[in-house]
Design a protein around this ligand. Structure first.
Ligand SMILES: [Mn+2]
Length: 448
């Protein structure tokens, strides 16, 4: 809300001075609130015999003094609710024989939110209260209640369904371990005899396949980040700081509506082109370096993930071009293999085989040993979105294809990372407007 208000003011002002007609509105886009209801209904059909409880993040769970509030992803996926301290409760309809009946239907879907705190709202801006007349239309929930009522409403529901589906394990790499533990402890104290089941596998399966609304938002994240890469290609030259390129790219995707980086920007030149998670971006790019730029922004919560590798002076050396073209060839081979029914692991093998059958290192060894990470991961609300990688790809999944070769002793690191949408026929390259071929990259850098 903090952010939306600020932006509303800025764009409102531009509108007054006459730019409004061409400027898109940059408020956070939740898409269609009915989509979130659809996910809640699907979740209840799958969980059947219990209630669903999820906690949103409170302001204490993230360092709000240094970063803006962002919601727990599973909670956001099911609610579209972006304010702190909320709780979700879903209750299925009681059926005479729940174990034998057809699909369970959703009975109650309740969003619990904190009551107004007008003193705090002087600092943080107006918030929605549970008793406000617009509470239902603004949240898309048929019932919005004060958080204070959660314990009694939960206990009433548990009389019919003594099972609680919630998150009992954290999302890997999320840093939310403590949050998950605390939420589980809170629930156990409220419902000491209820059985607990983990929602994560079901939600992981649901989140892996993107809805049309999610795909539309991800296209916006991708398009803004593609523009950032194009701007960087035109700007990079020897003597510039890596941080200048990172700052330029952040400016370019944020002015197109992205609200934050999808991950810390990586702009690594020379030896640092071979360091996968180089985040200091503190070096001056030198003539003869390659520069790996792994930088992208999120749009209304949806991430993107794009990497390009450039020659700092605008022209690849013969050896740099050789390595670049092997990485490019590996990516092309993986694109050709990407279609429903194939696993991400199979794509990884295709790319690795290509790299191992092309080129050599200084000792005459094959290059596969320098491809030190996986080829693909799912992207969504998280840049490493949850997905079961043993499952075959399906239409609606969005994954990266990012082969790389990193040879520290030659100070050459090359990664080309693009995003594809799996379609019924194969895949669509979402990042197709951003040049990938070595010649095209050189042409953009020459500003031709
Ligand atoms: Mn990636």
């Amino acid at each position: 809300m903090k952010r939306m208000l600020k932006r509303g003011l800025v764009w409102g002002f531009l509108g007054l001075v006459g730019l409004g007609a061409t400027m898109p509105s940059l408020a956070w886009d939740k898409g269609n609130l009915a989509d979130y209801h659809g996910r809640r209904a699907q979740l209840v059909r799958e969980t059947r015999d219990g209630v669903v409880v999820l906690f949103g993040y409170s302001e204490d769970e993230i360092a709000v003094s240094t970063v803006e509030f962002r919601q727990n992803e599973m909670f956001y996926y099911l609610t579209g609710w972006n304010q702190p301290d909320a709780i979700l409760l879903l209750v299925p309809k009681p059926t005479p024989e729940p174990s034998k009946g057809g699909p369970a239907e959703i009975d109650k879907e309740i969003l619990f939110i904190p009551p107004h705190d007008y003193r705090a709202e002087k600092w943080t801006g107006p918030k929605l209260g549970p008793d406000d007349p617009e509470a239902k239309t603004e949240t898309g929930f048929p019932t919005v209640m004060s958080k204070a009522l959660f314990p009694s409403v939960l206990n009433e529901a548990l009389k019919t369904f003594p099972v609680i589906y919630t998150e009992t394990t954290p999302q890997p790499e999320s840093g939310e371990d403590h949050f998950i533990e605390a939420a589980a402890a809170k629930l156990k104290a409220l419902a000491p005899i209820a059985a607990f089941r983990n929602l994560r596998p079901t939600l992981t399966r649901m989140r892996a396949v993107k809805s049309p609304g999610e795909i539309a938002l991800m296209r916006k994240a991708v398009d803004a980040s593609v523009e950032a890469h194009l701007a960087a290609m035109k700007a990079v030259k020897p003597g510039m700081g890596e941080y200048e390129i990172a700052a330029l790219m952040e400016y370019e995707y944020m002015r197109r509506g992205c609200e934050w980086p999808s991950y810390p920007p990586i702009v690594g030149s020379g030896f640092y082109s071979t360091v996968l998670h180089y985040e200091s971006d503190s070096r001056q790019m030198q003539d003869g370096d390659v520069v790996v730029m792994d930088v992208a922004g999120s749009y209304s919560g949806y991430a993107s993930d794009i990497t390009r590798t450039l020659p700092a002076n605008g022209h690849f050396t013969e050896r740099q071009r050789e390595i670049y073209e092997i990485v490019y060839g590996a990516q092309e081979a993986a694109f050709k293999g990407a279609k429903p029914g194939v696993t991400a692991g199979e794509l990884n093998r295709i790319a690795r085989d290509f790299i191992n059958s092309h080129g050599k290192d200084k000792n005459g060894q094959t290059l596969g040993q320098y491809f030190i990470h996986g080829l693909s991961h799912s992207v969504g609300l998280n840049v490493h979105d949850p997905m079961d990688y043993s499952e075959p790809l399906q239409p609606g999944m969005i994954i990266t294809v990012e082969p790389g070769i990193y040879i520290p002793e030659e100070k050459i690191g090359v990664r080309i990372e693009d995003m594809i949408l799996i379609t019924p026929e194969g895949s669509e390259l979402l990042t197709k407007l951003l040049p990938r071929k070595a010649d095209e990259v050189e042409r953009v850098m020459a500003r031709e």
